[in-house]
Ligand binder design. Structure first.
Ligand code: UDP
Ligand code: MG
Length: 320
C-alpha cells in the first residue's frame, strides 16, 4: 500500500482543558476530505489543569494523535519548537488550541503548499474580541520592527501557518533560546504566501498573555532581530554634546558681555537629570543585549521531555 503524504498539525497547549475536546472535534472535521495522512502533535506545556489527561484520552481515541509532554512550562515559543522537532510530516501546520485560529482554514493552507509555497501564513483580516489598545499596540510594534530590521515580518499574522518539510528542517537548525517565532518563520526565507481569514475570539478559557508579557515579547522580538537600539545611545550622545556646545558658547559670550549675575541652578538640575536619565536608558538597552548574550552563551537545551507518545497510526502501518 502506497503511503499518502503526511501532514502534521502541531498544537501547543497550556491549561486548555476547556477547549481541547471542542478543538479536536473541529480540527478532525476540517481535516476530513483532505487526501492526506495526518499526525496531530499536541504539546502539553507543563499545564496545571487536566490538559494532559484530556490529551491522553484523545491519544487513546484517535490514532493520528501524538502527545509531547514537556517537563515544565517553557512558554509557547519553545513548546512550538518541541512540536516542530517531533513532527514527521511532509508539511507541518502550526495552530493554537484555543480555536482563535480556525482549523477550517487548513485546507487553504494545504492548497497553497500544493502550489509550491514553503511557508503559507494565515493572515487575519479582523480581530474579534480584542481591545483597541491591544490592536493599536500590535500595529505600532510591527511598524517599529519593520523599520528597524531587514527581515520582513508579515503584519496581522500569528503563528498559524503551514511549513514545508525543508522550512521545518531549516527552523530546527536554529538553536537560540530567545525564539521569536514570527521572526524566525520570516527569517528562514523560501517562498512565502499569505492566506486571509477572520480571527475569532477565544472559544473558552483565558489568554495567557498580559500587557507586561506582551511588552517583554516585543522587546524579545526587537532585540533578536536588530541591534539598532544600541545605536540610539550614540546618536542621543551626539545630539546632547552638540546642544551643550551651542549652549556653552552662548553662556561664554553672555558672561563676557553681561558678567555673571545669577548662577543658573534650575537649568543645571534639569540638564543633570536629563543626562542621568539618558545614560540609564542607554545602559538599560545595552543590558537587554548583554542579558541575551548571557542566556545564549549557556547553551542550555531548549526543553526537556517528560514523555513522548508518537502517533499510533505508524504502528498500524508497520504491522500491516
Ligand atoms: N501556550 C503554550 N504555553 C504557554 C502559553 C500559551 O503552549 O506558556 C499555548 C496556548 O495553549 C495556546 C497558544 O499557545 O494554544 C496561544 O496562547 P494564547 O491563546 O494564550 O495566546 P494569544 O492567542 O492570546 O496570543
Ligand atoms: Mg489565543
Amino acid at each position: 500500500m502506497k503511503n499518502k503524504p503526511l501532514i502534521s498539525v502541531v498544537v501547543p497547549a497550556y491549561n486548555e482543558q476547556e477547549v481541547l475536546a471542542a478543538f479536536h472535534d473541529r480540527l478532525a472535521t476540517a481535516l476530513e476530505g483532505l487526501l492526506y495522512e495526518f499526525e496531530i502533535v499536541y504539546i502539553n506545556d507543563g499545564s496545571l489543569d487536566d490538559t494532559l489527561a484530556i490529551l491522553n484520552d484523545l491519544y487513546a481515541r484517535d490514532e493520528r494523535v501524538a502527545v509531547v509532554d514537556l517537563s515544565r512550562n517553557f512558554g509557547k515559543e519553545i513548546a512550538l519548537s518541541a512540536g516542530l522537532h517531533k513532527a514527521q510530516g511532509d508539511a507541518v501546520v502550526v495552530i493554537d488550541a484555543d480555536l482563535q485560529d480556525p482549523p477550517e482554514v487548513i485546507p487553504q493552507l494545504v492548497a497553497e503548499w500544493e502550489n509550491g509555497y514553503d511557508v503559507v501564513y494565515a493572515r487575519r483580516t479582523q480581530r474579534k474580541g480584542e481591545t483597541w489598545f491591544k490592536k493599536a499596540s500590535a500595529a505600532g510594534f510591527y511598524r517599529i520592527i519593520q523599520r528597524l530590521s531587514k527581515v520582513r515580518i508579515p503584519e496581522d499574522t500569528g503563528d498559524f501557518r503551514l511549513l514545508s518539510r525543508r522550512a521545518v528542517d531549516a527552523l530546527n537548525t536554529l538553536s537560540e533560546q530567545h525564539r521569536f517565532m514570527k521572526g524566525l518563520f520570516a527569517w528562514i526565507g523560501y517562498k512565502q504566501k499569505a492566506v486571509y481569514y477572520d480571527r475569532d475570539p477565544r472559544f473558552a478559557g483565558t489568554t495567557k498573555w498580559n500587557y507586561w508579557k506582551l511588552w517583554n515579547f516585543a522587546i524579545d522580538g526587537i532585540t533578536s532581530f536588530t541591534t539598532a537600539p544600541l545605536k540610539l545611545a550614540t546618536y542621543i550622545g551626539f545630539m546632547t554634546a552638540l546642544i551643550a556646545f551651542v549652549y556653552g558658547s552662548y553662556m561664554l559670550i553672555r558672561t563676557l558681555i553681561f558678567g555673571n549675575p545669577v548662577p543658573g541652578y534650575p537649568s543645571l538640575i534639569v540638564i543633570i537629570l536629563f543626562l542621568g536619565g539618558v545614560q540609564l536608558m542607554a545602559i538599560g538597552i545595552v543590558g537587554e543585549y548583554v542579558g541575551r548574550i548571557f542566556t545564549e552563551s549557556k547553551r542550555r537545551p531548549l526543553y526537556f521531555l517528560n514523555d513522548y507518545k508518537p502517533r499510533r497510526a505508524d504502528d498500524a502501518d508497520a504491522s500491516a
